[in-house]
Write a protein of this length. Structure first.
Length: 473
């Protein structure tokens, strides 16, 4: 199904849009800034088509109205308002996701009515209702400020998922210009673009080659393709999140961090403390804990974990492969909780545990990337039964359609990403060290990186789309 295009972080006009929005934003009194940012956010989002307004306004009115109803009701009616908001949000998610799943001709809704980013801002809005119900945040009575909270343009398309207790106070107070915050925001944006352009987009055709031709490739090559997909997905989504956080900081807003070196996690449980953190925390606070968390015995805890990850699978997609992906992560968590706890291990043992975690996560990514459960299962089956390492290496299947020089450049960029992540993991202040360089050296570095990114973009123009993977969820 062809989706109407909206403005994205890669749209040429965005590089004019953001500084103009920031300039006007900082020249307005704090109490009026929300009006300008709300207008800018609606322009950004509705550039994909005015019909996108339907999903945004309906979910905002439902959740805003539910909270206002809670304020005027007792506990029982408040629970009814919460249940109604949850039910209507789920129904809208099902309608928008499944209503167009059959294709343009048989779909319930036209493509122009399927709002981009609905899965993300719906969780932001629904999380607000649940946080008010459980007493974790104060209600926002001003609908304009609330609508900005839901529609804030750096996060509306693919997150991070905003929390009311952190974001609404910033909107109410307004922001003043802070040079250091704006500078660090631009640094984050640059890093996000580098992750996307130099790594994720360059890996996209190789991953597509592996998954599109899995029936004729050796199992070793398919394993290599799956590993590359794990890296592609990380650089793609972490790149988006860095751009979103950077754009927010450029405007003076602190958005939640979404990634923290996830592939250095020594366990799958720790992986979910580092990967898509805003979603992980939302699932913990709004699904796992209300189900009882770990307060009702070990068996119930395991069940709650499975339900939480199955919900995550459902949220990500409408196929059995996504439910299996979520269920597999739930099984990992159950197995990890059932295993005896381990004390701190030496360095080598920790490295082995990180590798093991990556392989387990990467196995699940195969089903995440595959178009169906059957394809994912066949892909894994061929890895196990037709490994043929010599075919991969001697006959050059590992190139997956790329020239050796291009693959060497890609691997060099991947190495740079993991070195930077390792430095952060060890607590090395990479950003502050770069900021501490002499001005001429620092700007020369920025210029070289930007020019290199542009050269790579021109070199591979048209080879891989610059849309973000998580934009389809």
């Amino acid at each position: 199904m062809k989706r109407v295009k909206t403005m994205t972080f890669f749209s040429p006009i965005f590089f004019i849009f953001l500084p103009v929005v920031a300039w006007v934003h900082y020249h307005l009194p704090g109490k009026h800034q929300y009006l300008w940012l709300l207008s800018a956010s609606l322009v950004f989002y509705l550039s994909g088509g005015p019909a996108f307004a339907a999903g945004l306004l309906v979910i905002s009115l439902i959740t805003y109205g539910a909270v206002r109803g809670m304020e005027k009701s007792g506990p029982k009616r408040s629970a009814a308002f919460l249940a109604g908001a949850i039910l209507l949000t789920i129904l809208m998610l099902v309608l928008f996701r499944y209503g167009a799943a059959a294709g343009d001709e048989a779909s319930v809704l036209p493509a122009s009515w399927i709002p981009a980013g609905f899965s993300f801002y719906a969780l932001t809005a629904l999380g607000y209702v649940m946080d008010v119900y459980y007493g974790r945040t104060e209600p926002e009575h001003h609908f304009g400020r609330y609508l900005l909270f839901v529609a804030f343009f750096p996060s509306i398309l693919s997150g991070p998922i905003l929390r009311a207790d952190k974001m609404l106070p910033q909107i109410r107070e307004g922001r003043t210009f802070d040079y250091e915050k704006s500078r660090s925001g631009l640094y984050q944006m640059l890093y996000g673009y580098l992750l996307k352009v130099l790594v994720a987009d360059r890996l996209a055709p190789m991953v597509a080659e592996a998954f599109d031709h899995y029936t004729v490739l050796s199992g070793a090559t398919l394993l290599w393709g799956a590993v590359l997909y794990g890296i592609q997905l990380y650089c793609d989504f972490a790149g988006y999140s860095a751009i979103a956080l950077g754009a927010g900081r450029f405007l003076g807003y602190d958005l939640p961090v979404n990634f923290r070196q996830p592939y250095f996690a020594p366990s799958v449980a720790d992986f979910w403390h580092r990967w898509h953190i805003s979603l992980s925390e939302w699932l913990r606070d709004e699904i796992y804990i209300p189900l009882g968390g770990n307060r009702k015995g070990k068996a119930r805890k395991m069940l709650n974990l499975m339900i939480t990850f199955l919900v995550s699978g459902f949220w990500h997609g409408n196929g059995a492969n996504f439910l299996f992906w979520g269920g597999l992560h739930g099984a990992y968590q159950v197995a990890g909780k059932a295993s005896p706890s381990r004390s701190v291990r030496p360095c080598l043992a920790r490295i082995l545990r990180c590798v093991r975690t990556f392989l387990l996560v990467d196995l699940a990514w195969i089903f995440f990337r595959a178009p169906s459960f059957r394809v994912g299962a066949d892909y894994v089956y061929r890895i196990v039964t037709s490994f043929h390492l010599r075919t991969m290496t001697y006959y050059g299947e590992y190139l997956l359609g790329q020239a050796k020089g291009d693959l060497a450049l890609i691997l060099l960029c991947i190495l740079a990403v993991f070195v930077l992540d390792l430095l952060r993991e060890k607590g090395y202040p990479v950003a502050s060290k770069i900021a501490g360089l002499p001005g001429l050296v620092r700007w020369a570095l920025y210029l070289v990186l930007v020019l290199f990114m542009l050269l790579v973009s021109v070199r591979y123009y048209g080879e891989a789309a610059s849309t973000f993977i998580y934009a389809r969820f």
